[in-house]
Design a protein around this ligand. Structure first.
Ligand code: FES
Ligand SMILES: [Fe+2]
Length: 347
């Protein structure tokens, strides 16, 4: 499968890679071992010793380096072999390394060959800045393409059916979403304003007057290739926006393979910020919704598709598919531009 290469993908939460461990994960079909140098900065290498092709992640972490379990070659975070216990260091003893960044509590990895662009790290500081008690996060490895997960979050009309008994209530099909994309194709926003609707139950009970009609705005912001911010505001009709409830969430996906994905979610809110019980409740509810309702449908969808891309299967398109379709077009154009660049630089 082709992937967008020269961009940042989430590799995990910052605390997924503690100082002392080697962590093995597959990104974009490539096995990767991650660890931290002595100064705490993250490093990532191809998880494949160039000597006898065994996973370096089976080895041991020594300060700034990884020592292969099999015959003891030692590699630093740049992929250079820094020690051969059996003699001189062979010139070919080098491992591919991948730039990493640690920002907003997230580890990012740059899988392409071009130099990494630090300014392109997706900005999720607005969630990190929320009070710690008002945010929670989760991890949900999924046996489906990252594109199916993006489709899912970019079309929230499914809330009223797939999540009818948990999150539904009519607000997510109350109006047609407005889709807009940036000129450079790296951002797509899908905004939906449903006026004078019943608040979804998960919000209603926290309104000053439960049961009142609300204006519900939800905005999904896709940032290439795999970040979806989801901001929702629920404001009683006729009241000032500050009197409403707002949640700030992120769904982040990174391809593991063509048909499997790393999937992380981050939930935050600006109401009752010190209420840890509410945070636990929301986390439990959403974890249940994602694991019990979304994941099985997406995995069943992938099982039916096999290795065929959904859009190559000529799906029926409806008005609600505007967001996912725009994202896939943007991603397609970014990937074509990247392959045009490769061709022209090879000439
Ligand atoms: S396989 Fe890694 S040192 Fe031999
Ligand atoms: Fe869902």
């Amino acid at each position: 499968m082709d992937y967008l290469m020269n961009c940042w993908y989430m590799a995990g939460w910052s605390d997924d890679v503690p100082g002392s461990q080697l962590v093995a994960r597959t990104f974009l079909d490539q096995p990767v071992v991650m660890f931290r140098r002595s100064d705490g900065t993250p490093a990532a290498l191809l998880d494949r010793c160039p000597h006898r092709v065994v996973p370096l992640s089976r080895g041991i972490h020594l300060g700034n380096a990884v020592q292969c379990a099999y015959h003891g070659l030692r590699f630093d975070g740049s992929g250079a072999c820094i020690q051969n216990p059996h003699g001189a260091i062979p010139p070919a003893a080098r491992v591919k390394s991948f730039p990493m960044a640690d920002a907003h509590g997230i580890l990012w990895i740059w899988m392409g060959d071009e130099p990494p662009v630090e300014e392109a790290i997706p900005d999720l500081s607005h969630i990190q800045a929320l009070p710690a008690l008002a945010q929670s996060k989760g991890t949900m490895p999924s046996a489906c393409s990252y594109l199916l997960i993006i489709d899912n979050v970019a079309d929230l009309s499914h809330v009223e059916y797939l999540h009818a008994s948990t999150l539904g209530g009519g607000a997510f099909i109350g109006s047609r979403p407005r889709v807009a994309g940036s000129e450079n194709d790296t951002v797509v926003t899908i905004t939906q304003l449903s006026e004078a609707v019943a608040a979804p139950p998960v919000y209603d009970r926290f309104l000053a007057t439960p049961g009142v009609k609300v204006d519900l705005m939800n905005r999904v912001t896709w940032m290439a290739p795999g970040v979806l911010k989801l901001d929702i505001s629920v404001v009683p009709v006729g009241e000032a926006p500050e009197s409403g409830l707002r949640t700030f969430n992120a769904h982040i996906v990174t391809p593991c393979t063509a048909t499997t994905s790393h999937y992380w979610y981050w939930l935050g809110r600006d109401y009752r910020p010190e209420d840890a019980d509410l945070t636990r409740l929301r986390q439990a509810l959403m974890t249940d919704v994602f694991h019990v309702e979304d994941k099985p449908i997406l995995e069943a969808q992938q099982a039916l598709l096999g290795t065929t891309d959904l859009y190559a299967a000529h799906p029926v398109l409806m008005g609600t598919d505007g967001g996912p379709t725009r994202i896939r077009r943007s991603l397609g154009r970014l990937m074509s531009a990247a392959s045009d660049n490769r061709v022209s630089s090879a000439q």
